[in-house]
Ligand binder design. Structure first.
Ligand SMILES: Cc1cc2nc3c(=O)[nH]c(=O)nc-3n(C[C@H](O)[C@H](O)[C@H](O)COP(=O)(O)OP(=O)(O)OC[C@H]3O[C@@H](n4cnc5c(N)ncnc54)[C@H](O)[C@@H]3O)c2cc1C
Length: 327
């Protein structure tokens, strides 16, 4: 059987490697638009903070996959799927499949912002993003982070660790609004302010104007901040366009059942791009567990997959979400 997997994040990578182990005769092709080997997105904040070198992020190369009999195609963006012909198509070529796995992940959401500098707002989703952030946010520079959720605070912390002067603007009147109540959030805010971060709560960024070598960010109350960079960390959105244009049912994400089957026979989806039981997961551990589950289903070793509940973790030293949420 020919299994083609789109996306070399944890969902795609681990589906490929687990399936290769369970079904050695399977012909597996893993197609990825980026040209980097499989890397640990979850450790990128440490790379931005200069805590680990770039090479430490790499988790799997084309050679390690080829030893498992998996063919990795890099730098190829799949632009369409032809479910009738059972083919996926990119500018680099076409690949035929018996079974297709969509592991296209998610992209950073940038809230709508006006101004001549809006297009320069940075995100932290790919390794190229991390490189750009390191380039633009040097020690001593002022940076504005849009978003006081888990990823926003983690990004703010790594830039602070890098030596930048960081201000976080959060739309809600408290930090971590999805996880914490007011009292709990105040404890986090006080700890982070003590470490040197500044917060603008209940505020959005209205406009970002480009200046000579910097940006002028205007908040919705008219307050002005002059910064070297603006980073948006305001959530992610599943990447579903290719699935949608192939006629696959997409709601919040690509809708799948407990066997990861989409609405089109022979096409499966998992990880950040998939919606299961009405939920999006957006977590590395969930993508890994789903990959193992899908590999078992594709190899006939299991019938269905049951999702676990995952605890939120904030990777900022000294802040323990578990004990906070119990307080
Ligand atoms: C900075 C950061 C910190 C994080 N920290 C944590 C954490 O602490 N804990 C946690 O659980 N999660 C964390 N996450 C989230 C975690 O990384 C994601 O949940 C996980 O990467 C999802 O895996 P995935 O394989 O579904 O998608 P992705 O990792 O997004 O991979 C999808 C891949 O598909 C490729 N692709 C998409 N469309 C196409 C196409 N048309 N053709 C070819 N290739 C395509 C993309 O280039 C990408 O490589 C973090 C994420 C970031 C960015």
């Amino acid at each position: 059987m020919k299994t083609v997997i789109i996306g070399n994040g944890p969902a795609g990578f681990y589906t490929a490697t687990k399936l290769a182990a369970l079904a050695p005769d399977e012909e597996i092709t893993l197609i990825e638009r980026e040209s980097e080997p499989f890397y640990a997105k979850i450790r990128m904040p440490e790379y931005v903070a200069d805590k680990i070198p770039r090479e430490k992020l790499y988790l799997g190369t084309a050679e390690s996959l080829s030893r498992l009999g998996i063919r990795l195609v890099q730098g190829a963006e799949i632009t369409s799927i032809d479910p009738g012909a059972r083919e996926v198509i990119s500018a680099k070529g076409k690949w035929a499949y018996d079974r297709l796995v969509l592991a296209t992940g998610s992209r950073a959401f940038v809230p709508p912002v006006g101004g001549s500098g809006a297009a320069d707002i940075l995100t932290l989703r790919t390794l190229a993003d991390a490189d750009a952030l390191r380039e633009r946010c040097k020690a001593g520079s002022k940076v504005l982070v849009m978003g006081g959720g888990l990823l926003g605070l983690e990004a703010a912390w790594c830039l602070h660790d890098r030596g930048a002067e960081v201000t976080v603007a959060e739309y809600f009147p408290r930090l971590l609004p999805r996880q914490l109540n007011e009292d709990q959030a105040r404890l986090v805010q006080t700890a982070l302010e003590g470490a040197g971060l500044a917060f603008k709560l209940g505020r959005t960024v209205a406009a970002v104007e480009k200046l000579e070598g910097s940006y002028r960010a205007e908040l919705d109350n008219g307050e002005i901040l002059e910064v070297a960079a603006v980073l948006a960390s305001a959530g992610v959105r599943p990447v579903t366009e290719v699935a949608r244009s192939a006629g696959i049912v997409v709601e919040k994400g690509i809708v799948v059942n407990e066997r990861f089957e989409t609405s089109v026979p022979g096409i499966y989806a998992l990880g950040d791009c998939a919606e299961m039981e009405g939920k999006l997961f957006g977590l590395w551990m969930a993508a890994m567990a789903q990959a193992e589950g899908l590999a078992k289903i594709l190899s006939g070793a299991a019938d269905r997959f049951v999702n676990r509940v995952y605890e939120p973790v904030l990777k900022v030293p000294g802040i323990d979400m578990k004990s906070l949420m119990g307080s």
